[in-house]
Design a protein around this ligand. Sequence first.
Ligand code: ADP
Length: 176
Amino acid sequence: MDQYKEEKKRIRLVRADITKLSVDAIVNAANESLLGGGGVDGAIHSAAGPDLLRACAALKGCKTGQAKITPGFQLPAKYVIHTVGPVYRGGMNKESELLASCYQSSLAVASHNNVNTIAFPSISTGVYGYPIEEACRIAIVETLRYLSGHSEITEVTFVCFSDRDLKIYERAMTEF
Ligand code: ADP
């Protein structure tokens, strides 16, 4: 598919710890309370320091599929965009729409805050149980769609936490 040839050049796949990346914003796969959790959320909070939890508490939660921004505090990234992915319950409970909405909302928040470079973890594919093969297609297609109308986002990094996940993303990228 050549439809997104230009947009694909602005996508980067890496195997990394997202807390180490020097980008304008990293995305956190949070829960609706925004008061911290395990997985990537726990890693981001421990690397950013306690000011992040205070900033999150002031946001009064975040609905599934939406996104909110805080500073990055002690992180190399300037901002953290907190989004809440859906818990996967078999796939017939609006999971795909909600996951698509996480990517759309996070990218829209990025644009509104002069973020040019952004890194996403694989939202919902950890504790929330979304099959990564499906989830990463949603991540890629929603990002390509957004990039086609938004030149201000110059680079989107998909951060994979294992070699297996990276291979799944690499394969999915060849479908677009
Ligand atoms: P969710 O509750 O949305 O499923 P998790 O944090 O459990 O969120 O997992 C989301 C993804 O983040 C998983 O693919 C997991 O392997 C990955 N992950 C966990 N820690 C990190 C990290 N430090 N950097 C990047 N990705 C991470």
